[in-house]
Design a protein around this ligand. Structure first.
Ligand code: FAD
Length: 525
């Protein structure tokens, strides 16, 4: 008979997102599982490398892992074991013999649910391997306010597509589970789980040649500090109205900049939710959709959409994406991505994306509209990919929901003919409110000395003004790559035509199939 201690076995906590110790249901479960040993593991999957993830985000992830490792050491005399390779292979091996990390295969593996398609496929494969190896699998919801599958089931399998719809669903679901503190104690590490080979690597070791430029520092410690600081700003929270925050504010920004921490789960969305409720309770406060609670309901809705709408990340086969014949033009795409469109507000925003890995929501609106229906007539999928690579907060569900919306092609899009002007007026809905162009001077240094009068449209400055500013348009800074007034008019016509063609194709299909009900507008929410 095996000794009693041996029978308790090892519990593996597989961290993916949810890179925190507090309010971590999977970690709490493993802590009280009765396992003799607990092994916290992160697997660096080569799928997410320099091709798809920019240096700012990868470095942020490594910060998160370092912080988690340090906290595990400090609080529990444990550590994070960082493994490298395809999770299916690395964990598959572990489930067979435990080697080289454990003396025997683990008894249990736990993780936080992830509803992105890549993760669902990966996790299904891991679950199969675990079952084959006789390893128990327990999974927990922790990245969203509600369990995504339960929330969808409550809404008859579909996602709301409006903030109002999301508010109603949240009401029907009741209050989210309250956040829980980190475990008081953890079982010790398995004896073989030690050595430098399992340390958090640096960026260079992961194949990155360029260094991160962002000021954003990853990790639960930094995330908790930011969230605490935000929750202390009670007036800011109670009066928060998203459209009134300035898209040009960068030092500091006008919004919370919690998005990178929420993306990696360094902070708990439930803790943020209850923190906001506490600040707002008993006093006048702004309301969803404009309030901060409204913002996190948008977040929740994005996960529900991502998990329920087929082919959510593409036009083809996506019932929520109108078929628009976008053009293909690598030169225009590159000019947009590198911030060389000749429109300073667009360029400053895109260069902020490259340098910092973050952009204000309304700046995201401006550049997304410019790339798609507004000016360049390029596919939202291309813009989404650029954001996905460069944003520190890049999140599959949020990014796709917002890009679909901004392209004009989704049921939740604003009217396609409402286009942002790339030379924004100070009182426009982009809420730039930066008449001196401080934001532009920061991110487009060529224009640093351009007089304020011309900072948003430098090509209109007389030659001698350009000379005095040390910036000749067409030489030191590009001329506008398109004439907004001309292309915008043409694009609206193209959009109208595409919608008419889609309607007529839909009508013909319905006639051919003889279906009466398919004529109804698909209803979400
Ligand atoms: C084209 C486009 C692409 C986007 N891609 C992403 C992305 O990949 N990752 C991402 O986190 N956000 C994305 N957003 C949404 C939004 O711009 C960011 O969440 C927000 O700007 C982050 O800054 P913050 O944390 O200061 O936001 P705050 O205004 O302080 O909001 C708090 C939190 O609410 C959530 N939130 C706010 N706005 C939205 C929104 N519109 N949709 C869903 N959740 C929201 C975020 O988690 C955010 O951190 C995108 C928006 C657009 C227009």
């Amino acid at each position: 008979m095996a000794p009693k201690a041996e029978a308790a076995g090892t519990a593996v906590v597989w961290f993916r997102k949810g890179l925190r110790l507090h309010d971590n249901p999977a970690l709490l479960e493993a802590a009280k599982s009765g396992a003799k040993h607990l092994c916290p593991v992160f697997v660096l999957d080569p799928f997410f490398g320099p091709k798809f993830v920019g240096p700012n985000r990868y470095n942020f992830l490594l910060d998160c892992l370092r912080d988690l490792d340090q906290q595990l050491r400090k609080r529990y005399r444990s550590r994070l074991i960082v493994l490298r390779g395809r999770p299916q292979e690395v964990l598959g091996k572990l489930f067979q013999s435990g080697k080289p990390l454990l003396a025997a295969k683990p008894r249990l593996i736990v993780w936080e649910k992830d509803t992105e398609p890549y993760a669902r496929k990966r996790d299904a494969a891991i679950e199969k391997l675990a079952k084959k190896g006789g390893v128990e699998v327990h999974t927990f919801s922790g990245h969203t306010l509600y369990d995504v599958d339960e929330a969808l089931a409550k809404n008859k399998g579909s996602s709301p597509t409006t903030n109002n719809g999301m508010q109603s669903l949240a009401k029907a679901l009741g209050e989210p589970a309250a956040p829980r503190p980190a475990p008081g104690k953890l079982p010790p590490l398995p004896p073989a789980a030690s050595g430098k080979a399992y340390d958090v690597p640096d960026l260079k070791k992961m194949g990155y040649k360029s260094s991160p430029q962002t000021y954003l520092k990853g990790g639960e410690t930094a995330g908790a500090a930011r969230m605490t600081a935000m929750l202390k700003k009670t007036k800011f929270i109670r009066t928060f109205r998203k459209p009134q925050t300035r898209s040009s504010a960068f030092d500091p920004p006008d919004t919370t900049v919690l998005s990178p921490y929420l993306k990696f789960g360094c902070v708990s969305i439930r803790e943020f939710y209850y923190g906001l409720k506490k600040v707002c309770s008993g006093s006048n406060h702004s309301k969803p959709p404009e309030s901060l609670l409204g913002q996190i309901l948008f977040r929740e809705m994005a996960y529900l959409m991502g998990a329920s709408i087929p082919n959510f990340d593409r036009q083809a086969g996506n019932p929520c994406c109108k078929p628009i014949p976008w053009a293909n033009n690598k030169k225009l795409l590159a000019a947009w991505e590198t911030g060389r469109t000749g429109y300073p507000f667009i360029d400053a925003s895109m260069r902020q994306l490259t340098r910092v890995g973050w952009m204000h929501h309304l700046a995201r609106h401006a550049v997304a509209c410019f790339l798609t229906r507004g000016d360049l007539w390029l596919s939202w999928e291309e813009g989404r990919d650029v954001f996905d690579r460069l944003l520190v907060d890049a999140d599959w569900s949020l990014n796709n929901m917002n890009w679909l919306g901004l392209s004009g092609a989704a049921p939740w899009s604003p009217p396609f003919f409402r286009v942002y002007h790339p030379v924004p007026k100070m009182d426009s809905s982009l809420n730039v409110k930066d008449p001196e162009g401080k934001f532009i001077r920061e991110f487009v240094p060529e224009l640093r000395k351009m007089p304020s009068k011309y900072i948003y449209a430098p090509w209109t400055a007389p030659k001698e003004v350009q000379q005095a500013a040390g910036c000749i348009v067409g030489k030191d800074y590009p001329k506008p790559i398109v004439d907004h007034e001309t292309v915008c008019k043409a694009n609206l016509e193209r959009f109208k035509k595409a919608l008419a063609a889609a309607r007529s194709a839909g009508g013909q299909k319905r006639k051919a199939s003889g279906s009466a009900s398919s004529g109804k507008k698909r209803k979400f929410g």
